[in-house]
Design a protein around this ligand. Structure first.
Ligand code: NAP
Length: 338
């Protein structure tokens, strides 16, 4: 057991796109777990788009990260000391204190995960918050019906790849994905279960969507906002549903981006646009976990990971994810120090 643990702190609040100067890596003593606590050696860290919002000093559904304090985020790791009877030494746990090598965690906020079902890091992706986001969005927020045409933006990302699989399981006849660049677009169709792919970086998003969805779109799963939302509204069929999951095209904006200029179509087309936060849909977690375990077993829930090694590369992984360096879930893998 090393005496110190490295952790990543928010050194200053970013304006626009964050840079490595907004973060610091600090050595701190490895903590001692108190009553009801566990010490976890983190093995995998998650970096997620919502963390960008927490770097702003702004009111939101989660409090801002504090300056000079370690960042937080999903992590899985091994319990190396335990003062909690129900969490044994050696267990693999999912918990919210990532961005550091060792974490003292309240056992009540940790969950022992079953690595017989899937590798530990899958609980940061397909079997965790990411998977439940896709499921809640398409099962409840913008329910997919048998035969629907479904459009997913951010299609080659963590949530997007699972959304395509979930849409098919819920009966979608056609799933169209949009991602940045020809390689990602190719992989959408070849590997990630999409029936048609759009490379939004090639331009003419409206034209590409019209070509991919000649009969219109029934459900849009929006990870991006901006031009994607506007194009989707144009393409929606009557009684169409939109799950507004994220708006990553605006996360680094320094002035409010303009809204879609075609909202009047909501009226004639009787559209529903509904925003959601995955945390409000925890009641679906057990149902999704059971379905996902079965889909993993039968091979119909394939997922993708981009793995970056080492705590010192966590910031670069986060910044890269915001720019599209990832395909599937962006993860940081930590190995035990001698
Ligand atoms: P992700 O898609 O794995 O990673 C982010 C992706 O965003 C990048 O790979 C990049 O892909 C894309 N991107 C970046 N800038 C873009 C732009 N200007 N236009 C279009 N695409 C852009 O991340 P994720 O974890 O799966 O999250 C996806 C979305 O879901 C995010 O908006 C996130 O905030 C949201 N989310 C919401 C909830 C909720 O509870 N509502 C929960 C989880 C996630 P390209 O290379 O294709 O550009």
């Amino acid at each position: 057991m090393p005496e110190t643990s490295r952790e990543i702190r928010l050194a200053s609040r970013p304006t626009g796109e964050p840079t490595s100067a907004n973060f610091s890596v600090v050595d701190v003593p490895v903590g001692e777990p108190g009553p009801g606590q566990i010490l976890v050696r983190n093995a995998w860290l998650s970096v997620d788009p919502y963390m960008r919002g927490r770097m702003n000093d702004a009111k939101s559904y989660v409090p801002p990260f504090e300056l000079g304090q370690p960042l937080q985020g999903g992590a899985v790791g091994e319990v190396v000391a335990s003062n909690a009877a129900h969490v044994p030494l050696g267990a693999t746990v999912l918990h919210p204190l990532g961005w550091r090598e060792y974490a003292v965690v309240d056992a009540a906020s940790a969950r022992v995960v079953d690595t017989a079902i899937a590798p530990a890091q899958a609980y940061l992706g397909a079997l965790g918050m990411v998977g439940l986001t896709a499921y809640a969005g398409l099962k409840r927020v913008a329910p997919v019906k048998e035969g629907d045409v479904v459009f997913v933006s951010g299609a080659a990302g963590a949530v997007g790849i699972i959304a395509a699989r979930v849409a098919k399981h819920l009966g979608a006849a056609k799933v169209i994905g949009s991602a940045g660049g020809p390689l990602k677009a190719k992989r959408l169709e070849a590997e990630f279960g999409y029936d048609a792919a759009i490379d939004y970086k090639a331009g003419d998003l409206d034209g590409q969507l019209a070509l991919a969805a000649p009969d219109g779109v029934d459900v849009y799963f929006d990870n991006v906002g901006g031009d994607h939302l506007r194009a989707a509204i144009d393409a929606m069929n009557r009684d169409g549903r939109v799950a507004v999951c994220g708006a990553i095209s605006a996360y680094n904006a320094t002035t409010p981006p303009p809204g879609p200029d075609n909202l009047h179509q909501l009226i004639g087309k009787r559209l529903t646009l509904r925003g959601f936060i995955v945390g409000d849909h925890q009641d679906l977690a057990a149902e999704y976990a059971q379905l996902a375990a079965g889909w993993l077993r039968d091979g119909s829930l394939q997922y993708e990971e981009t793995v970056v090694d080492g705590i010192d590369n966590t910031v670069d992984a986060f910044l890269g994810m915001l720019r599209g360096a990832n395909t599937g879930k962006m993860l940081i893998r930590l190995t035990a120090r001698d």
